[in-house]
Design a protein around this ligand. Structure first.
Ligand code: GLN
Length: 235
């Protein structure tokens, strides 16, 4: 939609777009919009592009919330807002968002408006103490989870994406440790924490949740067959 508008207004030529793509820039940034969970999301430099791999985390969250009346959800490291917005568009949930990057928050706010979702946006660092005091039925997060040393070997397109959204520290697990510890007190009894994980992080992230006292910890594969989600419940 944005691209078509830009071309028709003469703001951007097809030649310019082709040149950007040939330099390795992700198609999604050039188009300015990408679909996630059947919902349009505005994207561009400065925000992580929503991935189809993440849809399984949304599906599991919706499954866990089934039967709850207007559940309260928090999307931590929300980026474009794709996870929380997909949940809010699918079920009657009250979704809040936490994000540190000013650039990402600009996209997040535009995506809330585009999809007519009302949600509170907290600008905060997920590695620090939570800025809110209210409780949630479900906290979901696709935090940065790539090991710092591996960032340089990611494919060319991913190099265009913000390092802040990818860098999970030396072992890739820093956000899982901090979020599990700091946000568990905000989860209602019977509520869950849902993490997207890297394909080789299921055992370590499961251990982190168990150490923090989460129950029924389990790992789930995505449709590509990779371990993609770890869930823990508070009870
Ligand atoms: N899935 C992303 C990738 O493979 C990583 C996203 C993240 O770190 N949360 O590039």
């Amino acid at each position: 939609r944005q691209m078509v508008e830009a071309i028709s207004k003469g703001e951007i030529s097809k030649e310019q777009m082709l040149k950007r793509r040939m330099l390795g820039e992700p198609l999604q940034y050039i188009l300015g919009e990408w679909e996630f969970y059947g919902i349009p999301m505005l994207v561009g430099p400065g925000v992580l592009i929503p991935r189809a791999d993440t849809e399984i985390a949304v599906e599991k969250a919706i499954e866990l919330l089934k039967g709850k009346n207007a559940p309260r959800v928090l999307d931590v490291c929300a980026g474009s807002g794709c996870i929380g917005i997909a949940i809010a568009r699918t079920i009657n949930a009250d979704v809040s968002f936490l994000e540190k990057s000013d650039e990402a928050i600009q996209y997040l706010e535009k995506n809330l408006e585009l999809n007519e979702v009302c949600g509170k946006v907290y600008k905060a660092d997920a590695l620090k103490q939570p800025p809110m005091t209210e409780n949630f039925d479900l906290i979901i997060s696709n935090p940065p989870y790539i090991k710092t040393a591996d960032l340089g070997s990611l494919q060319k397109e991913v190099q265009f994406e913000p390092k802040m959204a990818l860098d999970g520290g030396e072992d890739g697990l820093i956000f899982y440790r901090e979020i599990a510890k700091n946000y568990k007190p905000l989860i209602n009894y019977g509520g869950s924490l849902v993490f997207e994980i890297g394909f080789d992080e299921a055992d370590e992230v499961s251990k982190i949740l168990e150490n923090e006292g989460f129950k029924d910890v389990k790992a789930i594969r995505d449709y590509g067959g990779n371990m993609r989600v770890v869930i823990g419940t508070v009870k």
